[in-house]
Design a protein around this ligand. Sequence first.
Ligand SMILES: Cc1cc2nc3c(=O)[nH]c(=O)nc-3n(C[C@H](O)[C@H](O)[C@H](O)COP(=O)(O)OP(=O)(O)OC[C@H]3O[C@@H](n4cnc5c(N)ncnc54)[C@H](O)[C@@H]3O)c2cc1C
Length: 811
Amino acid sequence: MFGALMTVFFIVAVLYLTYRRLSLISYTITFTVLLLAYSLIGAGAELWNGILWVALALLWLLNVRPLRKALISGPFMKTYRRLLPTMSNTEREALEAGTVWWDGELFTGNPDWSKLRTLPAPRLSAAEQQFLDGPCEELCRMLDDFDITHRRADMPPAVWQFLKANGFFAMIIPKRYGGLEFSAYAHSCVLVKLAGRSVTCASTVAVPNSLGPGELLLHYGTEEQKDHYLPRLARGEDVPCFALTGPRAGSDAASIPDTGVVCRGQWQGREVVGLKLNFSKRYITLAPIATVIGLAFRLYDPEGLVGEQSDRGITCALIPRDTAGVQIGRRHLPLNIPFQNGPIHGRDVFVPLDCIIGGPKMIGQGWRMLVEQLSVGRCISLPSNATGGAKAAVFATGAYARIRRQFNTPVGRFEGVEQVIARMAGLTYIADAARSVTIAAIDSGARPAVPAGILKYHVTEIGRRVANDAMDVQGGKGICLGPNNYLGRGYQSIPIAITVEGANILTRSLIIFGQGAIRCHPFVLREMTAARNHDHAQGVDDFDRALFAHVGFALSNAVRSLVMALTIARFGNAPNTGATRRYYQHIERFSASFAFATDIAMLTYGGYLKKKETISARLGDVLSAIYLASMVLKHYEDQGQPPEDLPVVEWACRELLYHAQEQLHSVLRNFPMRGVAVFMRLMIFPRGLTYFAPADRLGRKVADLVLNAGAPRDRLCQGVYRTVQPANPLGLLQAALELAPRAELIEKKIRVAGVKAGTVTALDLPGQIDQALAQNLISAEEGQFLRSFDGRVMDIINVDDFDSAELGHQP
Ligand SMILES: Cc1cc2nc3c(=O)[nH]c(=O)nc-3n(C[C@H](O)[C@H](O)[C@H](O)COP(=O)(O)OP(=O)(O)OC[C@H]3O[C@@H](n4cnc5c(N)ncnc54)[C@H](O)[C@@H]3O)c2cc1C
């Protein structure tokens, strides 16, 4: 009995050592001491003791670096090199772009929460807040989305003028060039506000402030280029577009067949060395009205005029619209969201080498420039637009579901609808948290490449789910287009957000985990770099260090995963945050399980994992879920942990952690090597699936937060354009929502004292009010209030109708 007890104690102590992730030498020394004590007590059987002493001897041998380099790391590095995925320059540049931030912590299996929690909360400066309250508010007032989308298929000239004059296209341009020089957070808040009002306007504003001429010039342009273009862009005298995509190169953008051949030609009456460009681009936002085209093409120098190599790779240049040979101006019509978008073609367009962004020294650097800047832009434009759309949809749907009655009950009070509204609110909280916290990291200097993919994919998918839910809850009101419709165009625009800046299926399947596994993993990039080192001795030395640290890391994660699964993460290393502490612990547990599963998947598949998109996508889902849950917790802290918001925070964390569990489980179910899958299951889910999706009771509390006017609803929907004006249905909905509780009380009086008693028999509310007044069931003031409220509600729930002739051109 004593012996068995000591053996258990010994095993627990060894597991604890592994869990704590000691260095190899500390581990070996502690193991030695433990084993000596265990042997002195004489607890174990002979064979078992023998195995332990052999293990100890091996451990000591592993500490002799020259020996392990000669016997293990050196030979293994040769095999590893063969297993390495082939990587083109473009792929390598994409992998190396940006920085590693919280995503890297989640890959460790033991995230250091202080790194996230000490990040300053995002804040607007006084000037930024004034811009939101002033020009941005004024712009929202000017926008008539039905006029834009249905009648004009464009924004009116006054809106274009207002955008240019107020610097909406110059948010990222420094003040010294005449721009607004806003923080990334302010930039995002402007887009959030506009997106809820008009997707056409938000998309138009997003593009010049995102990846394109402005941003590329700022980072890579020559001083002459900056001095010439940036003030013109800031004043709106130049309108930019950026043309990468073509008919043959969409998702695989690096395969563009467009060319620029270095040659001599005439430019402004002089012979100069320049580029003869031939290209065919499509889907280019702002192209129809752009005055300066950012163009990506492959540069060739067959005559060796600028170097020795002929194929110099992807290069970016700025081409004035009126250059001979450029065909521009025709428009695409992206799903009736008529922001300016169209094709551009160029035939033998000659421009001087000065047109290359950054000048001739940046020849061949185009792809690197694009992927470097993409890590920031992808966190801002589409996530902000999608969050703005989701906020507006929740804001409108919460109010609508409260004032729209069926079966004598606000539709939002039916359990089925309540569940949908809870989902909308919870998902919107996730989107807003991810946007705010990640952008705060950008403002603190991060350029988070993997989170950019996570935000692009998940926040736009959240936008899609929320738009679908809003449409379901509001029924015909959402479907019938017209000046009074506030959902239809946002709903229509969803596939655009899903497709642009890296289509979502590709982003999920190939980018999030594919990039993360190499970029964020603490050892994989070090191993790959070491294995590719041409200095063999140095390569083996670096590889050896990385490999053994990696082995210890993987073993520790296996143990951490097992222990935290067995204890349901009760003893995780979480900060003391009160009611949310358990969620920090669960994230830590899934981080360890994810890190362990990642190592096993990479060990099993090697470079082939890149092609196993379903496994890669699911592992990416797990990473994304714990990343987003971390953002939710940090956002809650940034907002001062208001206790009323706790239900939505819990809903969001539960939903995400449940998803992490299910996706991890799906990885195991679909893992081809069944033996490995069984082992992984043992280490990850020794107690089965223990995590549950949010309960209905929690959903009810969450729905309540948006079905009632108040601070939690205001915080969740912060940024929505809610000014009460006749042409702003969202403002009118809010005003009606604020009156709803009183109206409901008066209606209840009529129902109880009149309808149930059989004295009030009218079939509609105005008739019932008349009868209730006649029978003194309610006061005159109450009657007037209820009549006015009913009038407001009917105005809101009414939809537009048209004369046939108004609805289309007869052939
Ligand atoms: C409205 C609009 C505005 C745009 N604005 C611009 C602009 O201003 N400038 C610009 O240069 N481009 C712009 N684009 C182009 C946009 O970035 C591309 O549409 C996008 O890259 C996808 O290309 P594609 O539409 O040709 O789809 P495809 O590349 O044909 O992809 C089709 C499907 O296959 C999936 N897929 C492809 N490869 C893989 C893979 N390896 N694994 C898994 N799935 C994969 C994709 O996810 C997608 O679902 C715009 C597009 C639209 C629609």
